[in-house]
Design a protein around this ligand. Structure first.
Ligand SMILES: Nc1ncnc2c1ncn2[C@@H]1O[C@H](COP(=O)(O)OP(=O)(O)OP(=O)(O)O)[C@@H](O)[C@H]1O
Ligand SMILES: [Mg+2]
Length: 358
């Protein structure tokens, strides 16, 4: 047994890890509100990446409704699995393994992917690999870049904001994380206050770019040596500015609020990331998670990394938000080491990244 509680085993009848035959991993991702199945060759080449988003369903509620999300996953998972196989032009017996997001995420959503992946792997007699969702976001970069270790990853998503030091392939250490809201969560909450649709991140990003002025808002630097983040104070500051303007009858430009908020988030994310890269001697800075799609964040990181002579790696926008290709990319690390999961693997809504290390 390894730290994750999964069994290390090799499976006869399939390409041996590190062997010369191509490795085709079919991966399933259902941790939140995207149902996705992908097939990736050798951890790098995407043959199919089918993503079905439930955003339209959840939009009218202003956020993801967990019960609705699970039901939608049940409705679509088998169709999406069939579509991925068809797009990749592969038969199930040509696959090497089945990977699935084990956690973290919404338990009802994770369970649907877990049951689908287990049933498929069992029927096809394929080995099973459980994947940490954030390892997936980080290794989305491997689908488009050559990684060099040690590296630093800035993970900014709907549920996480973390600086992760990756000393060698698949070995993670969280050196800083949010003490309250995740960056994406703060974007979505501020967007709601500005009456923008869910998810709010892309709308704030767009408004911030159109802005001609910016509302002044605080930066949460925390203790001088800390790599942690905090965004709930900033969110409260935005709400206070909007309330005060409302009481005084002043019409605040939403773009000025969006710009002020985005500037504050970016300042802290960028400066802490660069400080971490230098302190840990990282060879690359990786950007990961849904908020990595943010144009302002990318532009500022590019400029600061160029100044500091640090290569910045970021996935294309389609691989920033949830998708199963990133789960297949991370699963390949375990496949090569023969670290397969038992068929009684559980969905773990609070799975720890460090515990998932290879
Ligand atoms: N251009 C953008 N600017 C800022 N935020 C964005 C942008 N595009 C997407 N986001 C935000 O990214 C988040 C979704 O990212 P992602 O799909 O990685 O999160 P998640 O899967 O819900 O959370 P986690 O990965 O932590 O479980 C949302 O909060 C959304 O508002
Ligand atoms: Mg995600």
């Amino acid at each position: 047994m390894n730290e994750q509680g999964t069994k290390d085993q090799t499976v006869s009848g399939h390409p041996s890890p590190g062997g010369e035959r191509p490795v085709y991993i079919l991966a399933v991702e259902t941790s939140c509100d995207e149902t996705s199945v992908s097939i990736v060759r050798d951890g790098q080449e995407i043959l199919a990446n089918v993503v079905s988003s439930q955003i339209e369903t959840h939009q009218r509620f202003g956020g993801v409704v967990p019960e609705v999300a699970s039901r939608k996953h049940v409705e679509s998972i088998t169709w999406i699995l069939a579509e991925a196989l068809e797009k990749a032009g592969l038969r199930p017996d040509q696959l090497s393994a089945v990977a699935v997001t084990q956690g973290p995420g919404l338990v009802g959503s994770l369970l649907v992917g877990m049951v689908a992946a287990k049933a498929f792997a069992c029927a096809m007699e394929l080995p099973l690999i459980g994947v940490h969702h954030i390892a997936g976001h980080i290794y989305a970069n491997q689908l488009v870049h050559q990684l060099k270790y040690p590296l630093m990853a800035l993970v900014v998503s709907g549920g996480h904001t973390e600086l992760v030091f990756v000393e060698s392939e698949g070995r993670f250490r969280i050196i800083g994380q949010t003490r309250d809201d995740a960056a994406g969560e703060a974007y979505d909450k501020v967007a709601r206050a500005l009456k923008l649709p869910y998810p709010g991140g892309p709308h704030i990003d767009r408004l911030a770019h159109e802005a001609t002025e910016a509302v002044t808002l605080p930066r949460a630097w925390l203790e001088p040596d800390s790599y942690d983040f905090s965004f709930s104070g900033l969110k409260s500051a935005v709400l206070a500015v909007l309330n005060q303007a409302g009481m005084k009858g002043i019409a605040l430009e939403p773009s000025a609020v969006a710009r002020g908020f985005q500037d504050s988030v970016i300042d802290v994310l960028v400066e802490k990331s660069l400080r971490a890269v230098e302190a840990f001697g990282a060879k690359q800075l990786l950007l990961a998670g849904g908020v990595a799609a943010n144009k302002g964040l990318r532009a500022r990181l590019e400029a600061r990394c160029a100044e500091a002579g640090v290569p910045l790696l970021a996935p294309p926008l389609s691989l920033c938000t949830d998708n199963a290709a990133m789960i297949a990319a991370a699963a390949f690390l375990k496949y090569r080491r023969g670290q397969f999961a038992p068929f009684d693997m559980k969905a773990e809504p609070l799975l720890k990244l460090e515990a998932w290390s290879v």
